[in-house]
Write a protein that binds this ligand. Structure first.
Ligand code: FAD
Length: 436
């Protein structure tokens, strides 16, 4: 062991310096706790998560990044709606109802798209200003006794002790979930995303566009996101199995990506103007862990739960977990352990919300039953209305205690069961013989 951190030098040790890790670090450092964040640059993957949902701007503002500042610096563009466009050219705009802007909800009807590299830079600067000590290293081992973390050991041989630990190591590492073998549930098949950036001229489109082939058995889709003026991100999401088959038939990643974009004239013209493409690739599996809190630790962001990218809820989840985990640590800064009810309530909210989003998007949009019955454009409504309302109520009610969390969980469970029942109904109707 090369060096040992002063045992009393760190109040909170955060593992992972992505969005969730740095946002948690900033919140707790601002409350006067001494924070060290270990970030592995070796494990850092291409940043993605550019189209934010309607709850994200307030959460960004809470760490010191108001929308107008992000827009002025060219890091964000306005997102007023989501447009769903099909192969036959039909389309639908999903826009929050104007009634949401008035009393008593007073919701801002715009959200933003962000340039994730530029956003990571400003969050990093903010963390530095708040005196978050960032160490470039990789946590490789967790020393624990009876589920209480004593220290972590890094690749460079540091042994870091702290009173509190936060796992923000992302969906691939999931350090504490693996250490404590936390139960989890997976949603949908493994998926692959391929994406690239294109320069565009003309006015910025104030919305995210999704392109779908509506008749597919399991939905695959393409996003087009204006991440900053003059630049759009275009990404395709398919099942891992579909990509594997295409690779086995001899196609390489750029060829698969180009073939997908060429199905839609608007995207084909981007390809023609751009020349050869070199898409970034990532594979992922939507997964929700249970029991994401312990005596002196909490899990935040994708290390706790990964929601499907189509929900545009990943960034909100990361920032929300960060805010709630930080509040819990700050409230109990002088305690010897987290109070069981509060820690369990945190865990329950993280799990319930991610399960809600994953369940709805799988049943209503990805799987074929509901889509085939009501049509994909209407399926978009069936998904977005409860999703928007859930975010709205969550950000307004802010359930914290055990009872509020349990009530909120029951509402989410009811909506999930509703989607599952409707999906079964559609399947039975589709299977029933049609009268002559
Ligand atoms: C294809 C795709 C598209 C998406 N699109 C959207 C979108 O449009 N909108 C949206 O809201 N969300 C989207 N998301 C989700 C969003 O990107 C994530 O939810 C969010 O970035 C998660 O942040 P995080 O901090 O939890 O994890 P990460 O960003 O993965 O950060 C984890 C960090 O931990 C570090 N690390 C890992 N292991 C260790 C270790 N052992 N020691 C030290 N450091 C470690 C890594 O280097 C990394 O920097 C998308 C996700 C995918 C896969």
């Amino acid at each position: 062991m090369q060096a040992t951190e002063d045992k009393n030098g760190i109040d909170v040790l955060v593992i992972g310096g992505g969005l969730a890790g740095l946002a948690t670090s900033i919140h707790v450092a601002r409350a006067g706790l001494r924070v060290t964040c270990v970030q592995s640059d070796e494990l850092r993957s291409d940043l993605v998560g550019e189209s934010l949902d309607w709850s994200a701007p307030d959460l960004l503002k809470a760490i010191g990044l108001p929308t107008n500042m992000l827009m002025q610096r060219g890091i964000a563009t306005i997102k007023q709606h989501v447009t769903l466009r099909l192969l036959d050219g039909s389309e639908r705009h999903y826009v929050p109802g104007t009634w949401l802007a008035g009393f008593p909800f007073n919701v801002c009807l715009d959200t933003i798209h962000v340039d994730r590299e530029a956003l990571a830079q400003v969050i990093g600067d903010l963390a530095e200003r708040e005196r978050v000590h960032v160490i470039s290293d990789q946590v490789i081992r967790v020393e624990e006794k009876a589920r209480r973390i004593l220290s972590v050991v890094t690749k460079r041989g540091l042994q870091l002790h702290a009173r509190w630990f936060v796992d923000a190591s992302g969906g691939t590492t999931r350090l504490l979930a693996r250490t404590f073998s936390l139960p989890s549930r997976e949603y949908g098949p493994g998926k692959v995303a391929m994406w690239d950036y294109f320069s565009v001229t003309g006015p910025t489109v104030e919305g995210t566009t999704l392109y779908c082939a509506s008749s597919a058995k399991y939905m695959d889709w393409i996003w087009q996101i204006p991440i900053r003026p003059g630049l759009v991100s275009v990404g395709c999401v398919s099942t891992g199995e579909a990509i594997k088959q295409q690779r086995q038939s001899g196609l390489n990643v750029p060829q698969i990506y180009e073939a997908r974009l060429k199905e839609f004239p608007a995207l084909a013209s981007l390809l023609t103007a751009a020349g050869p493409v070199a898409p970034r690739v990532t594979s992922f599996r939507c997964r929700v862990h249970k029991r994401v809190s312990g005596p002196n630790w909490l899990i935040v962001g994708e290390a706790a739960s990964m929601v499907d990218p189509m929900t545009a809820n990943g960034v909100t989840a990361a920032l929300r977990h960060a805010q709630e985990a930080a509040a819990l640590l700050i409230r109990n800064r002088n305690a010897s352990r987290l109070p069981r009810p509060a820690a369990a309530a945190y865990s329950r909210r993280v799990t319930d919300i991610a399960a809600f989003f994953n369940n709805l998007i799988e049943k209503i949009v990805y799987e074929r039953d509901i889509r085939a019955h009501v049509g994909v454009l209407v399926a978009g409504d069936v998904y977005t209305i409860p999703a928007w309302l859930m975010n709205l109520f969550y950000s307004r009610i802010r359930p914290k205690g055990v009872i509020a969390t349990a009530c909120f969980g029951m509402v989410l469970c009811f909506l999930r069961c509703g989607a599952a029942t409707f999906s079964r109904f559609c399947r039975v109707r589709a299977a029933a013989p049609t009268p002559d």
